[in-house]
Design a protein around this ligand. Structure first.
Ligand SMILES: Cc1ncc(COP(=O)(O)O)c(C=O)c1O
Length: 310
C-alpha cells in the first residue's frame, strides 16, 4: 500500500497532499506535530495505536502555544487517525504524524492573523535505534533550547532544528544519538527521546523544569516501573557525572521505544551491556504497546476493528 494522508478534511494518497512554497509554517517553523506509533501484532492481525488520546492532548496544548485553532474536536481527530491507518492497511509497524500548522501564504513572521491547516500522514516505520544492543551516545556541544526561548513542552517544528543539529553532530562523530545538557549544565534529553538512569535499584529522570519535552513514553515507563516492578522514579535534576556513575541508562520515545544506552562519550555505562532493570522494563513495555497485556489494553486503540481476532 502507498502512504496515505488526511489533508484539507479528505483522505488521499500522500503525494496528492501538497502545500505551497509560501506557506507560513514552511518559511518560519510555525507548526506543531506529534509522532504516534501503530504497532503491528501479527498474531492478532491488528495495528494497535499507542496512547492516541494523550498524543492529541499534547498536540492541542502545542496548538495553544502557537495560537492555532483547529476546526476539529479531539474525538474527531482520533477517528480520522484510526481511519487513516485502516485505509493504509499496513501489516507492519506504522508511524503516524499529525501536523497543525500556519497555512496562510503570507510573508511576515508572527503568530496572529494567520489561517490554520491540519494534516496527518502514516508511513511504515521500523526501529529507530538499536533496541537490543543499545545505543552509543555523546553529550552534545549544542545546549537544549530553553523555555524562555520557545516553550519546550510544546512539540513545535521550529524547535527541531536544535535536535537536528545535535543528532547530526552525534552521527558525524560516529555516535548513535546525542544527549543535550540544559543551559545550566544539567542532563536534559536526547534529540528525540527522554533519558533515565538507574542507580541502586531506583530510577531517575530529569524533571519538566529542566526543559524536556514531557514524553508519553516517559510516563508509560514510569507507570510500568511503579506498578509492575515497584520501582519509583525520581523526577529530579541529573548532573552529567551521574551518567558515568549510573548502573544503567536508557532513552524513551515514541520512535526510540525504550533504547538502552551502553556508552556515553566512549565510556561504558555500568558494565557496557544492557542492564537488568532496563531489560525488564523493555519486556513490559513491548508487551503493552503490542497489545499483549490486557491490564493496559486501554492504551492501545485497535485500528483494524473487523480484523480483530482476540
Ligand atoms: C525532544 C524530544 N524529547 C522526548 C521525546 C519523547 O516523547 P514521546 O515519548 O512522547 O514520544 C520526543 C519525541 O517525541 C522528542 O522529540
Amino acid at each position: 500500500m502507498s502512504p496515505m494522508a488526511f489533508f484539507n478534511g479528505k483522505f488521499m494518497p500522500v503525494e496528492h497532499a501538497r502545500i505551497g512554497v509560501m506557506t507560513h509554517a514552511f518559511n518560519y517553523g510555525t507548526a506543531c506535530f506529534e509522532g504516534i506509533r501503530g504497532n503491528w501484532n501479527a498474531e492478532h492481525g491488528q495495528i494497535y495505536v499507542f496512547r492516541l488520546r494523550e498524543h492529541y492532548q499534547r498536540l492541542f496544548e502545542s496548538c495553544e502555544v502557537l495560537q492555532i485553532e483547529l476546526p476539529y474536536k479531539i474525538d474527531e481527530l482520533l477517528y480520522y487517525t484510526v481511519e487513516l491507518v485502516r485505509r493504509c492497511a499496513y501489516k507492519e509497524d506504522t508511524y503516524i504524524r499529525p501536523i497543525a500548522y500556519k497555512s496562510s501564504q503570507r510573508v511576515g513572521v508572527r503568530l496572529h492573523d494567520l489561517e490554520a491547516g491540519f494534516l496527518i500522514f502514516a508511513t511504515p516505520f521500523g526501529p529507530y535505534l538499536d533496541i537490543e544492543n543499545g545505543a552509543r551516545c555523546c553529550i552534545s556541544s549544542w545546549r537544549r533550547i530553553d523555555s524562555g526561548m520557545i516553550p519546550v513542552r510544546a512539540k513545535i517544528s521550529g524547535i527541531y532544528v536544535n535536535s537536528a543539529l545535535a543528532k547530526t553532530e552525534a552521527h558525524d562523530k560516529g555516535y548513535d544519538e546525542a544527549i543535550f545538557l540544559t543551559h545550566d549544565g544539567h542532563v536534559c534529553e536526547g534529540s528525540g527521546e527522554n533519558i533515565f538512569i538507574v542507580k541502586d535499584g531506583r530510577l531517575a529522570t530529569p524533571p519538566p523544569e529542566d526543559d524536556i519535552l514531557v514524553g508519553i513514553t516517559r510516563d508509560t515507563v514510569m507507570t510500568l516501573a511503579k506498578q509492575e516492578l515497584g520501582i519509583d522514579t525520581d523526577e529530579r535534576t541529573i548532573l552529567p557525572e551521574e551518567l558515568f556513575t549510573a548502573d544503567e541508562c536508557f532513552m524513551t520515545g515514541t520512535a526510540a521505544h525504550l533504547t538502552p544506552i551502553i556508552e556515553i562519550d566512549d565510556r561504558k555505562v555500568g558494565h557496557g551491556r544492557v542492564g537488568q532493570i532496563t531489560k525488564q522494563l523493555q519486556q513490559l513495555y513491548f508487551d503493552v504497546i503490542f497489545g499483549r497485556n490486557q491490564k493496559y489494553i486501554d492504551w492501545c486503540t485497535p485500528a483494524y476493528v473487523l480484523a480483530r481476532k482476540r
